[in-house]
Write a protein that binds this ligand. Structure first.
Ligand code: FAD
Ligand code: DLZ
Ligand code: SF4
Length: 508
């Protein structure tokens, strides 16, 4: 009997569980570009182009290896428009009554597959260092799910940067060395860029025509779209970017969109790179003496620590995680997130490069766009929708714990032990944005005061009941309480006026 093997747009690897279990002689691989996935949220056009181009190339590669691939293009007239619909259509076409899939990275799609009237097995996605069961066992009985403890277990499990049972360099974590302010200049030219080939050019035309209204530019598309290119990019970055990755991991610079960042999330998350191959390349560079330990450890922690940890949280917490809203924030996401004018230079830089590149680095996401949304009290579901749409590396299993948990504190402290909030002071220390901003980062009140300064105190004041007793926030409240009463009143009035202008759609 014929069996279908579903391969989703973020499962583009021969090592994916469903393909490993399949037989090219009798099974049919089903891949489908569908509006059900491309249209359920207004994805950045570059993200859609990356996925469709990589899907097409992967399908061709499988065919070259002898697989039969039933591939649906977005504009196929017979397409049902959904993954479930395409499975059923192909089942009828090939006389199949059974299918296997690798578990999708989003509860919505898992439920969609569960509802397909075929015998369909969803196999665990084992492209990760930890299984879901391992994470659940680690989490069981713990009061706080601290990433750092989980990360140490993953170091022991993988043996990465270990000397026997001790961490290389005598420390588990070199984060203290990874917070340098922006350098004078950048001696790395950024990610390797690939000229669109025939497949990519065809996809760009399709995406340009069908998704022209989505936020994001399709111009100058340079992403790797197959495994070979992604590996070339990785080798290039390990050689030229990694040595200074640690030092400037948290820095932000006007016009410098990538600094020393790896730009590998987009490739890892669709299957073009594997987490262990990336970590191994970094560890090898450290062993050869080409990169310092703070760079190697800082990077490996992001992959086998944070990336694995957030995946564990997503599957542990369940489908309703994305609707959590502990702080009851209700404000609509301001238009400036979709490219509306703003006088805040940090926001203009972060949103501007997001529109151009479908990319912003972690501190831009966390301490600029995320920080502003949290301080302004934006509805976390809308914030989540934005991050899921605009970044090329965004898939719900990784995006939601970062947004709902780490960035918006909407999960009530599962991921973060306190809200990631800051005044303009932090942004000023870690970037060169403030010197060219219409607002004054040193002003605490008045028409030119940095909005982050105003909203920071407004946030702490309006959530006093919840956070005043958090020991990690006691200092913040002490500082606020030491301020003269009339100054506090002015801060709150100025913050209120700013929020009113924001709500009125003014270019703040
Ligand atoms: P680098 O800075 O070079 O880091 C290397 C890799 O480490 C990343 O590619 C990624 O795979 C991993 N990593 C680093 N930090 C994290 C983290 N916090 N969680 C998971 N993996 C991490 N990352 C995504 O992959 N997809 C998302 O949709 C996503 N959404 C985010 C939303 C918010 C609000 C925040 C604060 C962070 C989000 N992140 C997300 C995490 C992080 O910002 C990105 O992984 C990183 O910016 C990607 O750029 P890079 O590949 O150059 O990473
Ligand atoms: C993100 C995405 C997009 C834009 N389009 C498709 C598609 O047309 N076909 C497909 O199989 N997958 C696509 N994806 C990835 C899925 O949305 C992803 O597999 C789920 O969100 C689970 O992570
Ligand atoms: Fe952003 Fe405030 Fe600095 Fe302007 S002054 S760039 S708004 S932090």
């Amino acid at each position: 009997m014929v069996r279908l093997v579903l391969v989703l747009g973020d499962q583009l690897s021969e090592a994916i569980a469903a393909l490993r279990q399949a037989d090219p002689a009798r099974d049919i691989v089903v891949m489908a570009e569908v509006m059900g996935e491309a249209g359920y949220i207004p994805h950045h056009p570059k993200k859609i182009a990356l996925i469709f181009a990589a899907m097409r190339k992967f399908a061709a590669r499988l065919e070259g290896q002898g697989w039969t691939v039933a591939y649906t293009r977005l504009d196929d007239a017979q397409s049902s428009g959904t993954i479930a619909g395409e499975l059923l259509r192909r089942a009828e076409e090939f006389g199949a009554d059974e299918a296997i899939a690798t578990q999708p990275g989003e509860w919505r799609v898992i439920a969609e597959l569960d509802a397909v009237p075929l015998t369909l097995r969803q196999l665990p996605d084992d492209r990760f260092v930890a299984t879901q069961a391992e994470f659940a066992a680690w989490a069981k009985g713990r009061k706080q799910l601290r990433m750092e403890w989980f990360y140490r277990d993953m170091r022991r499990k993988t043996g990465l940067l270990m000397e026997g049972d001790q961490p290389a360099g005598g420390q588990w974590n070199f984060d203290q060395e990874n917070r340098k302010p922006p350098p004078q200049g950048i001696d790395y030219k950024g990610p390797m860029r690939f000229t669109p080939d025939e497949t990519v050019t065809g996809v760009l035309a399709l995406v340009g025509a069908r998704f022209a209204d989505n936020f994001g530019s399709l111009d100058d598309f340079w992403f790797a779209t197959d495994q070979g290119q992604a590996r070339q990019h990785l080798a290039h970055w390990v050689r030229h970017g990694l040595p200074r990755f640690g030092d400037y991991q948290d820095a932000m610079m006007s016009g410098e969109r990538f600094l020393y960042h790896a730009i590998v999330g987009l490739y890892l998350n669709i299957g073009l790179l594997e987490p262990m191959e990336v970590c191994q390349a970094v560890e090898d560079a450290w062993k050869s003496g080409d990169v310092p330990i703070n760079a190697a450890e800082g990077f490996i922690r992001q992959i086998i620590g944070w990336r694995e940890y957030v995946r564990g949280i997503y599957f542990l917490e369940g489908p309703e995680y994305t609707s959590r809203n502990l702080l009851k924030h209700k404000r609509d996401l301001p238009g400036l997130y979709w490219g509306g004018a703003t006088r805040m230079r940090c926001m203009a830089q972060a949103v501007g490069q997001t529109r151009e590149e479908a990319y912003a680095h972690h501190i831009q996401r966390l301490m600029v766009t995320g920080n502003f949304a949290l301080l302004a009290g934006v509805d976390p579901a809308q914030v989540h929708g934005w991050y899921l749409a605009v970044y090329a590396d965004a898939f719900e299993w990784v995006e939601a714990p970062n947004t709902i948990g780490m960035s918006q504190y909407a999960d009530g402290g599962v991921v973060a032990s306190k809200p990631y909030i800051s005044s303009g002071n932090y942004i000023n220390k870690m970037s060169d944005y403030c010197k060219d901003c219409a607002y004054q980062v040193k002003d605490k009140t008045g028409p030119d005061a940095c909005p982050f300064n105003l909203l920071y105190w407004h946030f702490l004041d309006r959530h006093r009941g919840r956070f005043a007793n958090n020991p990690r926030m006691a200092n913040m409240y002490r500082t606020w309480d030491r301020m003269a009463e009339d100054k506090r009143e002015t801060v709150l009035a100025d913050a209120g006026a700013f929020l009113a202008r924001l709500d009125a759609g003014e270019a703040v």
